[in-house]
Design a protein around this ligand. Structure first.
Ligand code: GDP
Ligand code: IMO
Ligand code: MG
Length: 421
């Protein structure tokens, strides 16, 4: 019996999960998304082309792999249909390569409106949501009001839709939020219709049968560990469990069936949206990271906040996920730095702290350790031995601190720009 291997983000998202899943897909028969929704933007580069996936698993471009949208995912049929059309336009037969869980929840047009209304009402304390309706859709899931993919095939689907919509319109009136969803609604029902081309499955049964039959599965996370609804920088988080535990609930696999857990991090750190970010840089160095790293959101285009690598936060994420192998991304972005800093501790209200505190707030002062930069182009390195000594020292320090080996290093966005140790 096989186990499910997992790829997930250890920071605030956008670590490069899409690229890594695409790179690892040839080693797996099945790729499965287990949480999140179209708030995700996973970029893939190959053959001189770039694709951004939001709901579709990042294994979709590889021949011979099956892709599953798991029960833990929330789906906007408009966004998913657009995404599928784009992939199909590139010649991929998506219908034969992807199945959708009947238990995945649907994001309604009014969920998007509620997201916008909630953010507007929060004013300065807004979360900086992607406004894709993620929070309201998961609220209806846990509130036991949601519509699921399996409901699409019920004769009274439209009546159920209307009943939930009415509830939402009532809530929107409480917010005093004016919105006309008619146009989006039309697209939404067209999207729902086009989803009927896909097989709706009991993905938990399918996944467990795959494991029984020695079929290999890679679970693809969205967002990052510090955006987890329980352990992230609450309330500035997303509304799902982004941690490894989310694989169990989002695909229906037992904890004992989790295999390798690949934790992805950038060689520095970014965050998009509001909330604490202890190592954030507000100076020219932060701006350099943003420009060189092209740190602008794949889903919203928003500039990402940038800063140094935070080992306190990284170790917290490694612990919570049971990471067995680290994957360091965007190493090339640090090519031209004389000095590279890494946070190895915090000072909170004058006291030294070596863990990620509940009160993660503006009161954290990072304690840095400085490293000599490698000051050369590492984009063409394909063998670990070829890396400059300063780079090897940087990697060795991270491994020692986290107690987990760095198994893959990425030195550029393309599939080929990857070193597997
Ligand atoms: P995801 O959400 O975790 O899949 O990450 P995103 O796709 O949102 O953001 C990662 C960005 O970095 C994308 O534009 C990738 O193409 C790019 N990228 C990934 N790995 C590397 C790398 O090693 N070097 C560089 N320069 N870019 C990378
Ligand atoms: P991927 O999978 C980075 C952030 C938003 C906001 C907070 C809540 O591409 O790494 P939501 O739309 O979920 O209500 O937003 O979470 N966020 C992400 N940041 N990458 C993502 O996904 C994100 N998905 C949500 O910016 O701060
Ligand atoms: Mg992203």
């Amino acid at each position: 019996m096989k186990k499910v291997d997992v790829v997930l983000g250890l920071q605030w998202g956008d670590e490069g999960k899409g690229k890594v899943v695409d790179v690892l897909t040839p080693n797996y028969d099945v790729i499965a998304r287990f949480q999140g929704g179209p708030n995700a933007g996973h970029s893939l580069h190959f053959g001189g082309e770039k694709f951004v996936l939001h709901t579709v698993p990042s294994g979709i471009f590889r021949d011979g792999s099956m892709n599953i949208i798991g029960n833990g995912v929330v789906i906007d049929p408009v966004i998913l249909a657009e995404e599928i059309a784009q992939i199909e336009a590139s010649g991929v037969d998506v219908v034969s390569r992807m199945k959708i869980s009947k238990r995945a929840h649907l994001i309604l047009p009014t969920h998007r409106a509620l997201d916008a209304a909630s953010e507007a009402a929060k004013g300065k304390t807004k979360i900086g949501s992607t406004l894709k309706g993620i929070g309201p859709a998961y609220m209806d899931k846990t509130g036991r009001n949601g519509l699921r993919v399996g409901d699409i095939l019920l004769p009274d689907f439209e009546a159920r839709y209307n009943a939930l919509k009415e509830k939402h319109l009532f809530q929107l009136r409480q917010y005093d939020y004016q919105v006309d969803v008619t146009a989006y609604e039309k697209e939404w029902f067209a999207g729902v219709e086009s989803l009927k081309r896909f097989e709706f499955v009991d993905s938990e049964i399918l996944v467990n049968n795959y494991l029984k039959n020695d079929t290999t599965i890679l679970a693809e996370g969205a967002q990052g560990s510090l955006l987890d609804v329980d352990f992230g920088t609450y309330p500035f988080v997303t509304s799902s469990n982004t941690l490894c535990a989310g694989v169990c609930t989002g695909l229906g696999v037992a904890p004992t069936r989790i295999g390798e857990v690949y934790g992805i991090f950038k060689a520095y750190c970014t965050r998009v949206g509001s909330g604490p970010f202890p190592t954030e840089l507000f100076d020219a160095t932060g701006e350099t990271l943003r420009q060189v790293g092209n740190e602008f959101g794949a889903t919203t285009g928003r500039p990402r906040r940038c800063g140094w690598l935070d080992l306190v936060a990284l170790k917290y994420a490694v612990m919570m996920n049971g990471v067995t192998g680290l994957i360091m991304m965007k190493s090339d972005i640090l090519n031209d730095f004389d000095t590279i800093k890494v946070a190895v501790g915090y000072e909170v209200n004058g006291e030294k702290v070596d863990y990620f505190p509940y009160e993660a707030d503006d009161n954290i002062v990072p304690v840095y350790r400085e490293f000599e930069g490698w000051n050369c182009d590492i984009c063409n390195v394909r063998d670990f031995d070829q890396f400059p000594q300063q780079f090897k020292d940087y990697v060795a320090f991270i491994e020692a601190e986290c107690g987990v080996p760095v198994k893959i290093i990425s030195v550029g966005p393309d599939r080929e720009e990857t070193i597997v140790r």
